[in-house]
Write a protein that binds this ligand. Structure first.
Ligand code: UDP
Ligand code: MG
Length: 315
């Protein structure tokens, strides 16, 4: 099973500052792996231009002319990191045995690819790259990112802790991922749903080679919100729970209001007014939650996600 075809896929959005350096790093890595006999000479580095406004695509074109190990895919306009990744995957899924996705700024350590390939030959179909330390990130980015993973798991989204989109997937796993037809992409949540034998390798995350982050806080928050609302109906459940909680409080309050009324400690009209407010308030919350449960079901059904993938069939 050795000597498989490896494709390294990197999405690029306005990365003209970084590409001349990162393309060299990727190609060097590929060449070493080829000469070590770990991967086939048919292996490639694929850059996906996500509608860049600078001359990223011109650079990719000239790289392709320079060395046939470089391939380029260009999206018709900017569609975001996740779409760029999936667009690239769908274009090359049939041509490779294994595919590594990595950011174009080489913040992820290309040397981890060796370990990923070893794990692939060990029979794993998905190998997650997991950050060992985050010392290179600013304290702010580190705390927000860590909070992000914690909050996601609290909200019921299964993700791999400290893993971004640096991973190896077998061609079969990539094709399974492509069966997910949803438009709101959150690959970190979708890939674990694919299943198959999976493992992870750790690496140190470095600083961006050049240029600026294309993920400012606003985009990160949108991304987190997208992730939760694309994967979990837990926020709806929270409404039902809140409704039940206030309903219990409501019963206690009704008793209190009635006792106050009977002992004559109230002004006329108070008891009936507050009881109605509490009773209907909590009833409405519960009702909204129940309607929400159905909406949640409809929502999950409209995604028409694949129900299962067959891993093995002995016959
Ligand atoms: N990227 C993309 N489209 C976008 C934004 C980003 O393809 O709309 C790419 C970008 O070129 C990089 C990767 O996604 O290869 C990760 O972005 P970045 O390094 O800016 O994010 P950070 O590491 O700061 O979270
Ligand atoms: Mg980066």
């Amino acid at each position: 099973m050795n000597n498989g075809i490896l494709y390294i896929l990197a999405p690029c959005y306005n990365e003209s500052e970084v590409l001349p350096m990162s393309s060299k790093i990727f190609l060097d890595k590929l060449n070493v792996l080829i000469s070590d006999g770990k991967i086939s000479d048919k292996s490639k580095v694929v850059f996906v231009d996500d509608g860049s406004k600078d001359n990223t695509w011109q650079i990719i074109e000239s790289l392709h002319e320079l060395d046939s190990h470089f391939l380029g895919v260009k999206l018709s306009r900017n569609r975001g990191h996740q779409n760029a990744l999936l667009g690239g995957m769908s274009t090359v899924a049939d041509e490779c045995d294994m595919l590594v996705t990595i950011d174009a700024d080489v913040q992820d350590d290309v040397n981890a690819i060796d370990k990923m390939i070893d794990e692939y030959y060990n029979g794993n179909e998905i190998v997650y790259g997991v950050r060992d330390s985050r010392e290179s990130d600013t304290a702010f980015k580190r705390t927000t990112a860590q909070g992000f993973y914690k909050f996601m798991s609290f909200m019921g989204v299964e993700t791999v802790y400290n893993h971004a989109d640096f991973r190896l997937m077998s061609s079969r796993a990539v094709k399974a991922l492509l069966e997910f037809k949803e438009v709101n992409l959150f690959l970190r949540g979708m890939v674990p749903m694919v299943g198959f034998r999976s493992t992870s390798v750790t690496y140190d995350r470095a600083e961006r080679l050049a240029g600026e982050s294309k993920y400012p806080l606003k985009k990160m928050l949108t991304f987190a919100f997208d992730g939760i609302t694309s994967f979990s109906i837990k926020p709806i459940r929270c409404i039902t729970s809140l409704g039940i909680f206030t309903f219990v409080l409501n019963i206690i309050f009704i008793i209190y209001a009635l006792v106050s009324h009977l002992t004559g400690n109230t002004v006329p009209g108070w008891t009936s007014t507050v009881i109605s407010i509490w009773f209907f308030g909590s009833l409405q919350l519960i009702a909204t939650g129940i309607v929400g449960e159905y909406i949640g079901k409809i929502y999950l059904e409209t995604k028409a996600r694949p129900r299962f993938f067959i891993e093995k069939y002995l016959k």
